[in-house]
Ligand binder design. Structure first.
Ligand code: P1T
Length: 386
């Protein structure tokens, strides 16, 4: 993929990387290879390199090469969900290893680390990664991995990937960045010093709320080999059709992201003017505490924002119930705008005490600003707040 990415810009890669004309008809679009197995010429002799559909599938290979190119990585691996991709990384650790974990992550990420892998002897310490001195104190001799999510879900904190990566290197640790909120168009963590990137492909990469998927991208060939082994051994692989849909989606990732960012700016401008909104969490605001880091490490500020509605739970609930264009739903990153209540919905598995500390309270709502007409989105928010 390195050769293929040489010099080409984002959308050219998104449209072409991993997708040469397909044999035997020179099809422009990579076909859906809906097959579970491949005929062998002799026992153990694979004619085109494929033997069994869990191990590999040509539609999946195309997507893996495509996503690797977008993150500037040598290797890409696709999974059945973001959680499956994250599980593969955690499975590559050993009992006794320790993870330094960003304190504000998707509720399911915390649940996976705290409720599944802790039982298997992989320990963790959560820390506010905006506080570098606090991060430094969390390393111990068993620490093997630093787990960053940036921007964070749902408080939109922005973590300095380069600074944390340098710190981790000094402790002989690897760094994972969950790049789901930014997408590879807005941020490429491997170029900032991270060792591996993970995505919930379900979100901006998929972009149309019709696929659940996950992906890992990295440059380290030894770790990649271990992860390919786990991908096959554990078997949480995506279906060929879902890979095809995702390949269709990455072609428009840049234009979608540009529109998501523009619309989010307009929504934020409106929310700033509303007397019903107590606080807005958006990295594009000059008043955001990590605005300068976001400016330095991201191409733009994204389509996600959170806000605290005045009046607590009842005000937040009635706002969410009154929305007409924004759909009240979990997930994010699709072309359609979504709104949700993190404390009750996506972050219910974070302990109440930790939620309180982070600011995930009853008045907090999260918006995934879609690519509809911004004027209609603003009008919808106005009537729901009204
Ligand atoms: O849902 P899945 O594809 O398994 O991805 C999990 C995941 C991983 N990382 C981040 C940053 C995420 O936001 C998610 C899933 N998040 C939601 C469903 C949500 O509404 O926040």
């Amino acid at each position: 993929m390195k050769e293929q990415s040489n010099g080409l810009k984002f959308s050219t890669l998104a449209i072409h990387a991993g997708q040469p004309p397909a044999k035997p008809y020179n099809a422009v679009m990579t076909p859906v290879y809906q097959t579970s197995t491949y005929v062998q010429a002799s026992p153990g002799t694979f004619v085109e390199g494929y033997d069994y559909g869990r191990t590999a599938n040509p539609t999946r290979t195309a997507l893996e090469e495509n996503l690797a190119a977008l993150e500037g990585a040598k290797f890409g691996l696709c999974f059945a969900s973001g959680c499956a991709a994250m599980s593969a990384v955690l499975h590559s650790l050993n009992a006794g290893d320790h993870v330094v974990l960003c304190d504000d992550v998707y509720g399911g990420t915390f649940r996976l680390i705290d409720k599944v892998f802790l039982r298997m002897g992989i320990t963790h310490t959560t820390v506010d990664m905006c506080d570098l001195a606090a991060v430094e104190k969390t390393f111990n001799k068993q620490t093997k991995l630093v787990w960053i999510e940036t921007p964070t879900n749902p408080m939109l904190k922005v973590i300095d990937i380069g600074r944390i990566a340098a710190m981790a290197r000094a402790h002989n640790c690897r760094v994972l960045v969950d790049n789901t909120f930014a997408s590879p168009y807005l941020q490429t963590p491997l170029t900032l010093g991270a060792d591996i990137v993970c995505h919930s492909v379900t979100k901006y990469i998929g972009g149309h709320s019709d696929v659940i998927g996950g992906a890992l991208m990295l440059n380290d060939s030894e770790w990649a080999e271990r992860l390919y082994f786990l991908q096959n051994a554990v078997g949480a692989v995506p279906a060929p059709w879902d890979c095809f849909l995702t390949l269709r989606s990455t072609k428009t990732l840049q234009v979608r992201m540009e529109r998501h960012c523009d619309n989010a700016r307009k929504v934020v401008d409106f929310l700033k003017s509303s007397s019903k909104v107590e606080k807005i969490y958006y990295p594009g605001l000059a008043s955001h505490p990590n605005h300068d880091i976001a400016r330095a490490q991201m191409r733009d500020f994204g389509g996600m924002l959170s806000a605290r509605i005045k009046g607590g739970l009842s005000a937040a609930k009635s706002f969410l119930e009154r929305l007409k264009i924004f759909s009240l739903a979990e997930s994010l990153g699709g072309v359609e705008s979504l709104a949700e209540h993190p404390a009750i919905m996506t972050h219910a598995s974070i302990p109440a005490e930790a939620r309180k500390k982070l600011g995930i309270d009853d008045g907090l709502i999260r918006l995934s600003v879609g690519i509809e007409d911004a004027e209609d989105l603003v009008a919808d928010l106005a009537q729901a707040l009204g």
